[in-house]
Ligand binder design. Structure first.
Ligand SMILES: O=C(O)c1cc(=O)[nH]c(=O)n1[C@@H]1O[C@H](COP(=O)(O)O)[C@@H](O)[C@H]1O
Length: 271
């Protein structure tokens, strides 16, 4: 998917919501545990109930890897279901990968070719040759961790090196990488006060913004300082949407929470 197609979808749906599919078998409704593939059945019900309210889904691979081969199969079925039924929806494999070049190439093949995701999250720590293998894929997107939502972000990302914070160096240096037009960045919703500075460096890049809902980030603040001319934001909520209820009504409850966020987004887009 191109970023133009993503922007078109945002304008059509009046939403820049990304729903995180972080499936924990301890949190899903008990009746689903009797089915053959509870993770997929949960995801399918959530997707069926919410696809008109969001523009992206982001399964975090940890939640699938934790269940071994069954988990990976459920991830595969989920992305196939999305690609077959909702090809207009942007898909993010939240895998936070990155390694020496030949290994990154294999990670890129796994997520872009085998699983056919539109994008994957990548840690920038190993630098240029660990990121460029992902960028080499046309119309696929590499979402680089810039300033994360957790408190540990202050351990390294905001520290100055040669007079400039590390997260700014990540943004500036990554712009020089080959095929850098395929880059997007992660910036946590809990770091709203940093968005103005970030937009000075990357005015138009798409930002994946996790941390609203369960982590306490504020949607209005993020939009005020982080929105670009082409919207340029994908706001993720995982637990705040998918675990709205653990009863039979879980999918409808998730849709209600997604709708509440989408309506706030619509108001912001209309301003
Ligand atoms: O890359 C991410 O998506 C990510 C980056 C970050 O800085 N903070 C962050 O919470 N995430 C992910 O975003 C999701 C947030 O989930 P909730 O806090 O339940 O909405 C989880 O899958 C996290 O792994």
């Amino acid at each position: 998917m191109t970023t133009q197609q993503l922007t078109d979808q945002i304008k059509k749906k009046k939403s820049f919501l990304c729903i995180g599919l972080d499936v924990d078998l301890n949190k899903i409704p008990k009746h689903l545990l009797d089915t053959e593939d509870p993770i997929f059945e949960f995801n399918k019900a959530i997707i069926d109930a919410t696809h008109h309210l969001c523009v992206a889904y982001k399964p975090n691979t940890a939640f699938y890897e934790a269940y071994g081969i069954k988990g990976w199969k459920a991830l595969e079925k989920t992305i196939q279901y999305l690609n077959q039924n909702h090809p207009d929806i942007f898909t993010i494999a939240d895998a936070k990968r990155g390694d020496i070049g030949n290994t990154s190439t294999m990670y890129a093949k796994a997520f872009f070719e085998d699983l056919a995701f539109d994008s994957v999250t990548i840690a920038p720590y190993m630098g240029k040759d660990s990121v460029e293998p992902f960028l080499a894929f046309k119309n696929k997107h590499t979402i680089l961790l810039a300033l994360t939502s957790n408190t540990g972000a202050f351990d390294f990302q905001t520290k100055s090196i040669d007079g400039k914070e590390l997260y700014k160096q990540v943004l500036e240096t990554s712009k020089t990488y080959q095929n850098s037009e395929n880059l997007m960045y992660v910036v946590g919703a809990t770091k709203a006060e940093y968005f103005s500075d970030i937009r000075k460096i990357i005015p138009n890049s798409f930002l994946l913004v996790p941390g609203v809902g369960a982590q306490g980030g504020n949607l209005q603040d993020v939009c005020k300082y982080g929105m670009s001319d082409n919207v340029g934001l994908l706001i993720n909520s995982s637990r705040g949407i998918i675990y709205a209820s653990n009863k039979e009504d879980f999918a409808q409850a998730a849709a209600n929470n997604a709708k509440a966020l989408q309506q706030q987004m619509e108001e912001i887009l209309n301003m």
